[in-house]
Write a protein that binds this ligand. Structure first.
Ligand SMILES: [Zn+2]
Length: 465
């Protein structure tokens, strides 16, 4: 009897499901798998430095997500009409924003963040290289990758462009974790065949074959993409840079990710290693590495001609404020990059960067621009607006990484990677927000005072992490 009851009951259930699907398909009825996230919705549609109509802000609106994809943004009044059949998640009073996108970060350096006392080249020798040597051990790499990804998510970062180490295992470990979390992530193995300890060097041939294997294994698998990753010009021979370009020719939608013009000693070193080049960026031009889908971290000392060269091929700069201040590298000229129309994203550059938080990164970006007002003859420097800062951390970085057709805003059809922000996550923020009247005031207080505590929830393709 019990068995019969069960089978009858399951058959009734299956008929109900069929009836529901039929009804759903034949009307505008909202599907049960549709979720409406209710809160103050903000996203960018353009660069606020270029137009006054750069964003959409709907107080107490609804973000409709269907099967992990953005379906629509609706007003409060429309929510009640669309409510039938849809689950509503109530985030009223909180800010709903596209997930942050970190355009430059080193996951193997997570454990050496906050290493004292050196500028770039000594810092690499003293701290970075010994730390990275441990990533030949896959177990170690996996452990760090797990912590790294959990830190990204905790800080509301849903996508990133990430350095591995020279070891292919380091990239496998990171992609395995990112794939499990269904994240849109770009990463690659470091290429480095000179001017580094022997134990961290590859060769032009192994750089080519190891990268090729990793591309075949990971590129365009789920939401993952591969980046050919020479550390920077001084640690690759011309032969290795040629191999890197060969791979990019073979796989045109693979990324190129490296550093440029971060530090004055570094720039002089590049001059002595590549006397044939007119400038630092010219080294990458000569070897075919400055192209669409190329992302260069820092670019502090790029001249107009170098920036124009980047703008003309569609490559991008990752502006990494906490790292630039921490290593004493210099002040990135964001205004000039804007004028020349070179694409700029925002990056944490952990472990030279001092925080996983894109909020803290925006805070330091603001200070970098402020400092430029009092140094040299930069009287025309424009203050960094909070709108521009939040643009850089979302759509701006998505554009820099060429993933803005998929993420970075709430445009219909994009993947629903988003975050819910609590503007009152600390006593001080709560107190400060009382007198914040405009959206800009609230955003600015958030970027200056906020950290991972302000990230209430992080969603990857509509699923809460
Ligand atoms: Zn870096």
């Amino acid at each position: 009897m019990v068995v019969e009851t069960l089978s009858l009951s399951s058959s009734i259930k299956s008929n109900i499901v069929k009836l529901f699907l039929l009804l759903s398909a034949s009307s505008n009825f909202v599907y049960a798998e549709t979720t409406i996230f209710q809160g103050d919705i903000l996203h960018f549609t353009a660069d606020p430095a270029k137009t006054s109509k750069a964003y959409e802000y709907i107080e107490n609106g609804g973000l409709i997500v269907k099967d992990g994809i953005i379906a629509e943004i609706i007003s409060e009044e429309e929510i009640s009409k669309k409510q039938r059949g849809a689950e509503i998640v109530d985030y009223r009073g909180k800010l709903i924003l596209p997930g942050f996108i970190d355009s430059h970060i080193h996951y193997p350096q997570t454990g050496m963040i906050a290493a004292h006392g050196e500028q770039l080249l000594e810092w690499l020798k003293e701290y970075t290289f010994p730390t990275e040597s441990k990533f030949s051990d896959k177990e170690h790499a996996k452990e760090v990758a797990e912590f790294f990804i959990s830190q990204l998510l905790k800080n509301g970062t849903t996508s990133a462009l990430v350095f591995g180490t020279v070891h292919p295992e380091s990239v496998d470990a990171l992609f395995e974790v990112a794939q499990r979390e269904n994240m849109r992530l770009i990463a690659g193995k470091v290429l480095m065949d000179r001017n580094a300890p022997e134990y961290l060097q590859d060769t032009p041939e192994s750089a080519y074959s190891d990268s090729k294997k990793l591309i075949e294994r990971w590129h365009n698998k789920d939401r993952l993409s591969y980046a050919i990753t020479p550390r920077f010009a001084p640690t690759s021979t011309p032969e290795q840079l040629k191999q890197a370009a060969k791979l990019l020719d073979e796989y045109p939608d693979v990324y190129m990710h490296t550093h440029v013009s971060e530090n004055k000693d570094e720039i002089n070193w590049v001059k002595s290693l590549f006397p044939e080049a007119n400038s630092y960026l010219d080294v990458y031009n000569i070897y075919g590495l400055n192209r669409d889908h190329s992302v260069f971290a820092h670019g502090i000392y790029l001249d107009d001609q170098e920036m124009e060269s980047m703008a003309s091929v569609g490559s991008a700069i990752a502006f990494c404020p906490t790292s630039n201040l921490f290593l004493g590298s210099g002040l990135f000229p964001l205004n000039r990059a804007e004028e020349i129309n070179v694409s700029v994203g925002l990056g944490t550059d952990v472990g030279a960067g001092t925080s996983f938080s894109m909020l803290e990164t925006m805070d330091e970006a603001y200070k970098i621009i402020q400092l430029q007002k009092s140094i040299g003859n930069n009287t025309g420097v424009k203050t960094l607006s909070p709108l521009k800062a939040f643009y850089l951390a979302t759509l701006g970085s998505a554009k820099a990484l060429d993933i803005d057709d998929k993420v970075g805003s709430f445009e219909k059809g994009k993947e629903a990677d988003f975050i819910v922000i609590d503007l009152k996550s600390t006593d001080l923020m709560k107190f400060r927000m009382k007198s914040a009247r405009t959206l800009e005031e609230k955003l600015f207080a958030l970027q200056v005072l906020g950290d991972d505590r302000a990230i209430h929830s992080t969603y990857i393709m509509g699923n809460r992490k």
